[in-house]
Design a binder for this molecule. Sequence first.
Ligand code: SAH
Length: 459
Amino acid sequence: MKTFPMFLQMAGRHVVIVGGGEQAAQKARLMLKTEALLVLVAPQLDAELAALVVDGRATHAPELTVDLMRGAALVFVATGCVGADYAAHALSKAAGALVNVVDRPALCDANTPSLVDRDPVVVAISTEGTAPVLARQIKSRMEVLLEPNLGELAALAGRLRAQVSGQIPQAQRRFFWDWVFSRAPRQAIARGALRDAARLIKDALARGETGAAQGSIALVGAGPGAADLLTLRALRLLQEADVIFYDRLVDPSILELARRDAERVFVGKEVGASSWPQERINTVIVAAAKRGKKVVRLKSGDPGIFGRVAEELDSAGAAGIAVEIVPGVTAASAACASLARGLTERGVTDRLMLATAACKPADPDPDWAAMLQPGTSLAIYMGVARAEKIVRSMEAAGIPLSLEIDIVCHASTPKERKIHCTLSDLPKMVRDGAVENPAVILVSWPKAEFSVRADFIAA
Ligand code: SAH
């Protein structure tokens, strides 16, 4: 290492910024994150810097002197003029200050790192100037990994530190903090619920729990396929999971994003096989959480849309295990995005129906006439195998088979296919093998065509 990272104490110290333009303002913005007192040195300050002086956030000195810099935590030089930069650098050295001259690496004692700021949690990244693009990439990854309000949890932990030390024996403290920063309190913070996090921690302390073996379950939406349609929260949970139970429709590229040593268990139903009935899935995910594992139950699209979450929620609830649901991009949304149109259109389709053609075996067939009326956009999930039946019952219900439909197969993935036809053509498209599973069938019945149905019924 040519440079060594240190975190400088800034409270009550002063930082001198030499220069009155944009570059100086950039350094001022950075230093305003700290509790340092800013001294702005320039004959003239731009409007932003002048406002800092007016607001009492900084003081202004028109000329640089050695005295101004004595005892400064840092001196930044950004005059925009070579001669002035060198002169200010020489004066700073004479004052014994740590100096950074913007864009002149040879004159820098210290460099400002790339920051991921979750104050009081701060990640500083440096490549010693060798690879700024890499530094930016690392920063982007850290920004994803650390929830926006993670600092609030750290600050809360700081406030509770003494109480935890007083109450939990040293040997178990690490387990307790591990629980705080990776389980329910951390999940509460990820939802933005600081108060819930505080309550969870205080309740655990009151009950004398050390958090050694508490598992959790997250029902996570994997989206329609494309890995970059995953939410940031889903990505974070995947990276924290000890074990991941995933479905057949979850794209392998998404599992790649999990921790290398996380256990991955396929619990999908291969076509024709039923090795993983729902009750068995419920049992294994609860059993893993009971063993203290962080369980991610990864489901395609949005877990709450035809994803049988109720059964998994009930089993986890009955076992007293904390469950979190992470929404995802549902297939119908992805399909419409691929068609470059909206799921609804003002004045044309102002009602949206998401329906499955695969109901419980004992249930009556879907009532298409009740769902599909003028002004409706209907997305049918799991409809391909039942296409013929759907169209026949729509016909019997008086729905015009001349309605135009879109079928989107493998939406958002490299295998994506789009078919545009009429309702009457749907069974033939399926018979001819044009439609591949998984596919969403989108039926639109525009408002303006209300008369079509009336004519049809009259005929
Ligand atoms: N929870 C999922 C739906 C699960 S049901 C979601 O919100 O998307 C499974 C059905 O979803 C499939 O039969 C198909 O109709 C649809 N589906 C899932 N992924 C799809 C994709 N990439 N393209 C088209 N349809 C998809």
